[in-house]
Design a protein around this ligand. Structure first.
Ligand code: TXA
Ligand code: MG
Length: 332
């Protein structure tokens, strides 16, 4: 049989960052931590390097990538225009889990945007990511560092397990602190449209800008890749509100399934049937977001084929957790 090569997972050091920069300059792939999820990065100015991202993930070429930069000032090089609304949002939320969709500048390769007229830009709030971006100097195009359609990675080990030797170097910056992908906002004609919910809520956006914030459900035309049933573990995800969760669990157990339960501590049903796996419970919506993808992996590791999930309250980052669980529940 063939030999299995493992990617080099590196603890962060000046030498590891230098090596990461060398890999990026040579057109290679570097997985790196952000505050949301791990990204699979390539030199955004190098179309051949960007093409390697799509090959490594098995991602359709028309799903555009986010360009990560070290500062709002560098973001301006990648946008054709940077309207006052975008400036206000960048001042308020960068570095942070907010991606701005703006008209692209001439230096953005078609490979990054799938030929679209716009580009997604973000300054991540993670010291390793910022150190890498500063040393590299350019933009780093990066989707989440998972195979297409799989659960997003929130540790270096997740990346290594999922991508293996399809990535040249993995920078290990510890577990991600936010845990769900960035809020994506399109800025156009003095309006904001939320294309993906995340750590920055529509209320946050409205409070800072005073601008109208559209939260109509996302469609494939607006943010390609957002409608498909992503974010799913191998197990079937079943959503239940707290009051009905015990009944839902009992029904799946009766049908002969191995059932796991994911819920905040306060909403875990009592007196569950024998054999039901209660996953370590998050204490709050913020905590729920931080551990969500790890818990979805835990479901599979526990050998459960159904997970009954009680989502957090639909407020703050709880909106993003509900969104991801809803998408995961549509995968089966
Ligand atoms: O938190 C995050 O955003 C993470 C970390 C690594 O930064 N990245 C991430 O990338 O989640 P990805 O590729 O998994 O998701 C990016 C989403 C895609 O669904 C894509 O449709 C949307 O951003 N997107 C990117 N550029 C776009 C554009 N020009 N117009 C509309 N949607 C865009
Ligand atoms: Mg993704």
């Amino acid at each position: 049989g063939g030999t299995v090569r493992h990617p080099s997972v590196r603890a962060v050091s000046p030498a590891a960052l230098d090596e990461a920069v060398r890999v990026l300059r040579a057109g290679g792939l570097v997985a790196f931590p952000t505050e949301t999820v791990y990204g699979l990065g390539a030199d955004a100015a190098n179309p051949a390097a960007v093409a390697r991202i799509f090959a490594a993930k098995g991602r359709p070429a028309d799903h555009p990538l986010i360009v990560h930069v070290a500062s709002a000032e560098s973001a301006r090089d990648w946008a054709a225009t940077f309207p006052p609304l975008a400036r206000t949002l960048a001042d308020a939320f960068w570095p942070g889990p907010l991606t701005l969709i703006l008209p692209r500048s001439a230096q953005v390769p078609d490979a990054v945007t799938g030929g679209r007229a716009t580009v997604g830009l973000r300054v991540p709030d993670q010291p390793v990511a910022l150190a890498l971006l500063e040393r590299f100097g350019g933009g780093i195009a990066a989707p989440s560092a998972n195979r297409f359609g799989r659960v997003s990675p929130t540790t270096a080990a997740h990346v290594a397990a999922d991508l293996g030797d399809r990535v040249d170097l993995v920078l290990d910056g510890g577990p991600c602190t936010v845990g769900v992908e960035s809020t994506i906002v399109e800025v156009a004609d003095g309006r904001l449209t939320v294309l993906r919910t995340g750590g920055i809520t529509p209320d946050d956006l409205a409070a800072v800008t005073g601008a109208p914030v559209d939260t109509t459900p996302t469609g494939p035309a607006r943010a390609p890749g957002m409608l498909a049933a992503h974010y799913a573990p191998a197990a079937r995800v079943v959503l239940a509100e707290a009051a009905e969760a015990a009944d839902t669990v009992a029904q799946w157990v009766e049908k002969g399934h191995r059932v796991a339960v994911l819920a905040e501590t306060a909403t875990v049903p009592e007196n569950l049937p024998e054999g039901v796996v209660v996953l370590p419970s998050p204490a709050s919506a913020r905590d729920y977001a931080r551990v969500l993808y790890q818990r979805l992996r835990d479901v599979d590791a526990a050998g459960a084929d159904v997970v009954v999930a009680i989502p957090p309250e639909p407020a703050g980052i709880g909106l993003a957790v509900r969104d991801r669980l809803l998408r995961a529940s549509r995968a089966h």
